[in-house]
Ligand binder design. Structure first.
Ligand SMILES: Nc1ncnc2c1ncn2[C@@H]1O[C@H](COP(=O)(O)OP(=O)(O)O)[C@@H](O)[C@H]1O
Ligand SMILES: [Mg+2]
Length: 181
């Protein structure tokens, strides 16, 4: 995959499919530690031990529409190419946590990609689910939370086009600011 954000999208889609009502994405870029770490946590259905042991193997899926399971194995492979670490924890009826890190200056590390687009796409497919997104860049950071945005929006739908475009710009503006400080 060309960009880390596409992996994030894929992992978040797993959470949505697992009927999560809250997805939390935490990204930290740190130049001193020379690391980019990504954590995606959900409170969805989770997996039993047997399923959890199989998910890191390519082509395992519980989907019946398209019989491939590549999301998690592809992320794990990307991590392994970049001297990183990968961990998945899951508990049935509690949720799932996917945590991974990449050596930031590794020659094979894909760029993060467009997080504004990615968050916009995730929000557009949330039904009764909320999304928290925290991004840290060295000493700086910002947070995005659909709970707060829904409060401000009142009766206006968060999945409307204008709101989604605003979210995309809000994210990209904040990312630009924290990387420039
Ligand atoms: N967050 C999650 N909650 C519950 N089950 C999950 C989660 N992520 C992955 N799984 C399980 O692992 C399987 C493999 O996931 P993945 O590698 O992304 O492939 P795919 O999404 O194509 O099935 C899924 O079909 C699902 O059964
Ligand atoms: Mg998937």
């Amino acid at each position: 995959m060309k960009e880390l954000s596409l992996h994030i999208l894929d992992i978040a889609r797993n959470s949505i499919r697992a009927n999560a009502t809250l997805i939390e994405i935490f990204i930290e870029e740190n130049d001193i530690k020379n690391v980019i770490s990504i954590c995606i946590k959900d409170n969805g259905n989770g997996m039993d031990k047997g399923t959890l042991n199989k998910v890191v193997n390519p082509f395992f899926t519980t989907r019946d529409v398209r019989n491939v399971g590549l999301g998690i194995p592809l992320l794990k492979a990307a991590v392994e190419r970049c001297n990183g670490s990968f961990k998945i924890e899951s508990t049935e009826k509690v949720g799932t946590i996917v945590e991974c890190s990449f050596q930031k200056d590794h020659i094979d590390r894909a760029p993060l990609g467009d997080m504004g687009d990615t968050i916009m796409v995730i929000v557009s497919s949330l039904q009764e689910c909320d999304l928290k997104y925290v991004h840290k860049y060295n000493e700086n950071g910002f947070a995005f939370n659909t709970v707060q945005i829904k409060e401000i929006l009142g009766d206006v739908q968060i999945t409307g086009n204008e709101v989604l475009l605003w979210i995309k710009e809000f994210i990209n503006e904040n990312l630009y600011n924290i990387s420039k400080k």
